[in-house]
Design a protein around this ligand. Structure first.
Ligand SMILES: *Cc1c(COP(=O)(O)O)cnc(C)c1O
Length: 380
């Protein structure tokens, strides 16, 4: 086996501090436990792999104030999607100069609010938005988002954002004509992107646009997408760093990791509400948890993300089950196809943990569908 072939990251267990919290906590479930030290460790690993890159954490992955404060203290920047996220990161101590407003979908009030808060860097993908920025954020630095392939992504953007090559070149010109500062090119090859080459391909395409648009030393923003080892190993950060370094020479690099910094910092503890045989309906047992699609497990839609499960109080032989959430919505089934072997002895009242659940969970919980409260978060 070659050295490159073993550059993978394997699934990791909960942090020691998380285990201590679980052992002593007697709290109502479900809840998310967050360990900010794990976020700090992952940030350190990313910085070590790509020391020259400017890192902007994608706030939406986990906007908890403790996570934001931890990253502010380490000198991290932020990628935000709304004035609400601008406020959150500034309240956590971030310098507005280290904020990039990456969501190109926004209204005049959003741009004006961000500008008033001191945000001076924006990503755009339309002539309409460039006019809006010129009117409401004069003098801003602007990156143009290029549409790239998201093959290899578990949760792709499906072409919602970005423009094709020639339009990207035109938009760079439009940014300059509008009196704004054209800084470079941004892209995002889809979240949970398991192909490091996707970053190299995106960078090659972005450089090509920057050259054609006459940007001498562009900022190239590779977005996020760095994957998490949920159940299976994924290429590790070193593999991504190697692909990115080789393709980014002569440019100023920007990264916007979300998932990769926070997923392993979180664990969801839930409780089994019922474990039922369903004669004639399904040969498998159905296990209903007190956490589901609408209380934090949004990424189980289409079974895109398969969390690793752990049953702390049970041993013995397993059987495959269907795992479902608590609400009366038919879509609130977490895994039908994804294998979920759980102990035969599992019954109502047992704890079930979902590992590496710090990203895209608590912030996705509904405010009260079926009267179920948003997922509480406890920081260790
Ligand atoms: C969501 C998002 C990210 C973070 O993506 P991850 O896959 O979680 O790393 C980065 N940049 C932008 C513009 C995003 O929308």
């Amino acid at each position: 086996m070659t050295a490159a072939a073993v550059r993978v990251r394997h699934p990791v267990g909960p942090s020691p501090a998380t285990e201590r919290f679980l052992a002593s906590a007697d709290l109502p479930t479900p809840y998310l436990v967050l360990d900010p030290q794990v976020v700090a460790d992952r940030y350190g690993q990313l910085r070590a792999a790509l020391p020259a890159a400017e890192v902007h954490y994608a706030v939406k992955a986990c906007p908890h104030p403790e996570v934001l404060r931890t990253l502010v203290a380490l000198g991290c920047g932020f990628d935000v999607a709304s004035p609400g996220e601008v406020e959150l990161v500034i309240a956590a101590g971030a310098d507005p100069d280290r904020i990039c407003y990456g969501n190109p979908v926004r209204g005049p009030g959003d741009v004006a609010a961000a500008h008033a808060a001191g945000v001076r860097r924006f990503v755009t993908d339309s002539a309409e938005d460039v006019r809006l920025l010129a009117a409401r954020a004069p003098g801003a630095r602007v990156l143009v988002r290029l549409l790239v392939s998201d093959a290899g992504s578990a949760t792709p953007f499906a072409a919602k954002f970005g423009v094709l090559r020639d339009e990207a070149v035109r938009l760079v010109g439009a940014v300059a004509d509008a009196g704004l500062v054209p800084e470079g090119i941004a892209f995002h090859s889809g979240s949970q992107q398991v192909r490091p080459e996707a970053f190299a391909d995106g960078l090659a395409a972005a450089r090509d646009v920057a050259e054609d648009a006459g940007l001498p030393r562009p900022v190239l923003d590779v977005g996020g997408g760095f994957p998490v080892a949920y159940r299976d190993p994924v290429p590790d950060l070193a593999a991504y760093a190697a692909a990115i370094r080789a393709a980014a020479a002569g440019a100023d690099l920007m990264l916007e990791p979300g998932r990769a910094l926070v997923a392993e910092a979180g664990l969801i503890r839930s409780t089994v509400l019922r474990a039922s045989r369903r004669p004639g309906v399904d040969h498998r047992r159905w296990v209903f948890l007190d956490v589901g699609r609408y209380s934090g497990l949004a990424e189980t839609e289409n079974e895109a993300i398969a969390y690793r499960l752990r049953v702390p109080g049970r041993t013995g032989p397993d059987e495959p089950v269907v795992l479902a959430g608590p609400t009366c919505d038919g879509d609130d089934v977490l895994y039908r196809r994804t294998p979920c072997p759980l102990p035969l002895s599992l019954e109502a009242g047992d704890a079930v943990d979902l590992l590496a659940a710090g990203a895209y969970t608590a912030s996705y919980a509904s405010v009260g569908f079926n009267g179920i409260a948003p997922l509480p978060v406890h920081v260790v």
